[in-house]
Design a protein around this ligand. Structure first.
Ligand code: COA
Length: 400
């Protein structure tokens, strides 16, 4: 006779009253202790290793922020110089990676192409056979240094252009922009990219960090773990939102269309405002505020009338979100709302926005991986089973 599991058989999924205790979306799951990042979602604050994101965006660089995330303290001058030097020396990718990039079909989504190339970099890493925690910081340096080169080469290959080799005399951010566009950026654009990488570098146990750590918790290799993170980041509910936000502004087209678009799409529940809402922030995302300042400056500096129009659309829509969704329902604009305008002003194609996010977030993924694996326990949650047990196996000829 078919049966169901007894409550005893899955008691870890039941509350005191014997009801299933399901945490859909793992919203209330506090899976470990950490010293990397704190999000104060009620007061619009974000801290990396105790430092306020506003200070890091004002005073730090991506290189310094990455050091902070991995080693838990701000570096001294000589520590930073040596760390930056290691990053510079590891920027170029093997010829095999350039060849592979050429083989990837041009219509492949850049995030899918990125995961393929990162996987390949794992195949040729000098310490590929090492799975231990001790080999991770060096691998993290190598991959963090190479990701901009890979993303830029993929972006150019997609347009039928030859890759541009990295330069050692530029900062991480300036070199990335140089390889993407072929031009050494002015201080303003280099700093805008740098700040964007700082803002995207880390964000606690988000879906892609979780995916990274799930893979790492099996004591799998560093590159497989990061590939897991890239896969999770690609989705429009996570990193893909920065591209969707930009497409949404372009779809609306003009500030006069915002109200009607909002009424027809958001008030009816047909669509979500992309770049709004967050699992943790129930107030304004502090990163959105900083990105907005840069978006505003980017519009002024670029003097591009099309960009001005996009900015005006975004601002009008944000006003509606903030007045109608933010206070009452905690759906406020997030980090992905304004970032696209900054990248658009840099002349970067929309489909590259999520790969840029990955270029930054490798710092956070690596930090969480190293922290978790240092006190590892395999991640293995349970499901509440609703189905039957002990069903009779009926031979295929006798099935109705
Ligand atoms: N626009 C309109 N409504 C939104 C919304 C948005 N951007 N985000 C959430 N909501 C609404 C949902 O429709 C839902 O309404 P309901 O209760 O009437 O069904 C409610 O808010 C809760 O949404 P839910 O999907 O359960 O929230 P979540 O915490 O699981 O999801 C996000 C968080 C980020 C996935 C979600 O806000 C979203 O899809 N945002 C757009 C994509 C985005 O910007 N992602 C980047 C995050 S940094």
């Amino acid at each position: 006779m078919p049966t169901k599991p007894t409550p005893e058989m899955q008691k870890w999924c039941l509350d005191e009253k014997g009801q299933p205790r399901i945490d859909k979306g793992a919203e209330n799951l506090c899976m470990d202790e950490s010293e990397i990042c704190f999000i104060d979602g009620f007061n619009s604050k974000l801290y990396y290793r105790g430092y306020n994101i506003e200070d890091l965006a004002k005073y730090s660089t991506y290189e310094e922020t990455t050091y902070l995330l991995w080693y838990g303290k701000l570096p001294t001058r000589s520590e930073l110089d040596s760390f930056s030097e290691q990053l510079r020396n590891n920027r170029d990718i093997p010829q095999g990676a350039y060849d592979l990039i050429k083989l990837i079909p041009r219509d492949t989504h850049p995030m899918e192409a990125l995961r393929t190339v990162v996987s390949y970099l794992g195949n040729v890493d000098p310490e590929k056979e090492k799975l231990d925690l001790g080999s991770m910081p060096a691998k993290a340096i190598r991959l963090t240094a190479k990701l901009p080169t890979v993303v830029a080469a993929l972006a150019r290959s997609r347009e039928g252009k030859e890759p541009i080799k990295p330069r050692k005399d530029l900062s991480h951010a300036a070199n990335f922009l140089y390889m993407l566009t072929g031009n050494v950026p002015s201080d303003f654009w280099a700093r805008a990219m740098d700040v964007s990488l700082i803002l995207y570098a880390e964000h606690e146990m988000n879906a892609s960090a979780f995916a990274t750590v799930v893979v790492g918790s099996t004591l799998s290799d560093y590159y497989s773990s990061i590939v897991g993170g890239i896969g999770a980041l690609r989705g429009p509910l996570h990193g893909g939102a920065n591209e969707e936000a930009m497409k949404q502004f372009l779809e609306i087209g003009s500030p006069e269309n915002v109200d009607v678009w909002y009424k027809e799409n958001i008030l009816t529940g047909k669509k979500r405002v992309m770049g709004a809402g967050h699992r943790v922030y129930k107030t304004y995302d502090p990163r959105a505020k900083i990105f907005k300042e840069y978006a505003k400056k980017a519009v002024e500096v670029s003097k591009d009338s099309k960009l001005r129009k996009i900015y005006d659309v975004a601002e009008r829509l944000e006003n509606l979100v903030m007045s109608q969704l933010c206070e009452s329902r905690g759906i406020c604009t997030n980090v992905d709302y304004w970032s696209g305008i900054v990248y658009y002003a840099m002349g970067i194609p929309i489909e590259q926005y999520t790969p840029i996010f990955a270029v930054a977030r490798v710092a956070g993924w690596s930090a969480h991986l190293m922290e978790y694996v240092a006190r590892n326990r395999i991640l293995r949650p349970r499901l509440y089973y609703k189905g039957w047990l002990d069903l009779e196996y009926v031979p295929i000829e006798k099935r109705g």
